[in-house]
Design a protein around this ligand. Structure first.
Ligand SMILES: NC(=O)c1ccc[n+]([C@@H]2O[C@H](COP(=O)([O-])OP(=O)(O)OC[C@H]3O[C@@H](n4cnc5c(N)ncnc54)[C@H](O)[C@@H]3O)[C@@H](O)[C@H]2O)c1
Length: 398
């Protein structure tokens, strides 16, 4: 490995998640030497947005050629979820370190193929669960770990999403591309539930339905490209009148998941993709109290963490922690996660999230979708082999 990590990036639309390595790699520790995108327009846009990278990088029109490039030591996989398995396995087999966007993949089988490849090849694997770097999550973890609210017994997570139509404008609208939003979007929150409770989901049952966006009449015509920013504009309302959605649509826009964790804790996760406001609202109830966040990654107003340690009114928490807004995408988490990958590859610094965590987040969402599509039948989540767990839990030290 060079002193300065030589990075290849697959997916380069500068207006999407793909901008992350271009904008946030620490210049003294890593350099982009190759870029791949199957859309020539995106390559042109990327060259315009990052002219200095153009000077030193090779541009490919497909992922395989970038993965084969001997100059590339680490690959960022920044494309839609149903390509994750194929690209991650190829890159790991080629001996590259991999930054794989979340969710790890779209089925449990795919996740396990990626894990098996990383375990066998000892190529380093990092999954982009940026919520692990969000300050409100870190504060809640610190409070729970301090024992202030006793032993956690129940967890409720409500996720209101006022930009939820964005998932119905493009590839996420179809099961074949992402399995469903409980997995695609929920993998973030399921992972945080696992992290803050110190356990993984063992059993799930779920319900969900598509009842709003399927009724929006004015869908994309053949050949039209989706407007990916539309969902973030205030006039994108009401949900049944949103224009330009994907004509094919079979993922649910309201999902409810019930989870039993291996340590006995019970959790629920619900999200609604047509709410007028947005918040990931977590509450953890322990044997000595309850904790809840008000606001999540709100840039202007910051976040409050409310804690109840005595019996009393919901409106009068015993302690309120005020967290100032953090600059940077996704509540300041994006600026931390990209350097964390470099530290992992160059220095062996163990990341906050392990690939097993990422796999188990997908597993709960995946079987949740199976459950809701099969009369809410409960499903048990299989564990990974003990040797994988040990290897990944110890930071992939070979
Ligand atoms: N961590 C987060 O907070 C967060 C937020 C948003 C998206 N994501 C994840 O980021 C990833 C990218 O999402 P997206 O909607 O931007 O994906 P996308 O595939 O629509 O676009 C990303 C770029 O990849 C290119 N691309 C797509 N398929 C390709 C292929 N087969 N070969 C080469 N180039 C290809 C596109 O042209 C585009 O430039 C997904 O896994 C998504 O789940 C994560």
């Amino acid at each position: 490995m060079s002193k300065k990590l030589k990075v290849g990036v697959i997916g380069c639309n500068p207006g999407l998640r793909a901008h992350l390595p271009f904008a946030l790699l620490p210049a003294d520790r890593a350099e982009i030497v190759a870029v791949a995108d199957h859309d020539p327009e995106m390559i042109e846009k990327s060259k315009e947005a990052y002219p200095e990278i153009q000077k030193n990088a090779v541009y490919y029109d497909n992922a395989s050629d970038l993965i084969k490039d001997p100059n590339v030591e680490a690959v960022f996989i920044m494309v839609r979820d149903h390509y994750h398995k194929e690209m991650a396995v190829a890159a790991l087999e080629a001996g590259k370190a991999v930054y794989l966007e979340k969710p790890m993949a779209i089925t449990l089988e795919e996740c396990d193929q990626i894990l098996e490849t990383a375990f066998r090849t000892k190529s380093k694997l990092f999954v982009g669960h940026n919520m692990r770097y969000m300050q409100f999550v870190l504060k809640m973890k610190e409070i729970i770990d301090s024992g202030l609210i006793g032993d956690i017994q129940s967890v409720w997570v409500r996720h209101f999403v006022n930009y939820g139509s964005c998932y119905f404008h493009h590839w996420c609208a179809e099961q074949k591309n992402c399995t469903g939003l409980l997995l695609q979007k929920g993998a973030h929150d399921i992972d945080i539930i696992h992290w803050l409770t110190g356990s993984y989901t063992k059993r799930v049952a779920a319900m969900g339905r598509l009842s709003v966006y399927n009724e929006a009449p004015d869908k994309l015509k053949p050949g039209e490209k989706p407007d990916r920013r539309a969902a973030f504009r205030p006039d994108c309302w009401p949900p049944k009148e949103v224009k330009g959605l994907n004509p094919a649509m079979d993922v649910e826009d309201h999902n409810m998941l019930m989870m039993q964790l291996a340590n006995g804790i019970q959790a629920t996760y619900m999200h609604c993709m047509y709410a007028p406001d947005s918040e990931r609202n977590y509450t953890f109830i322990g044997t000595k109290g309850r904790i809840e966040n008000i606001g999540d990654m709100d840039y202007e107003n910051g976040v409050e963490i409310h804690v109840w340690t005595q019996r009393g009114s919901r409106r009068k928490p015993d302690i309120i922690y005020n967290l100032k807004a953090e600059a940077g995408g996704h509540g300041g988490s994006d600026v931390k996660i990209v350097p964390a990958f470099v530290d992992f590859v160059l220095d062996g610094k163990k990341p906050e999230v392990s690939p097993i965590d990422a796999r188990n987040a997908v597993a709960a969402g995946y079987f949740g979708h199976k459950s809701m599509r099969n009369g809410s039948m409960p499903f048990e989540i299989p564990e990974v082999p003990a040797e994988w767990k040990e290897y990944f839990d110890h930071g992939q030290l070979s």
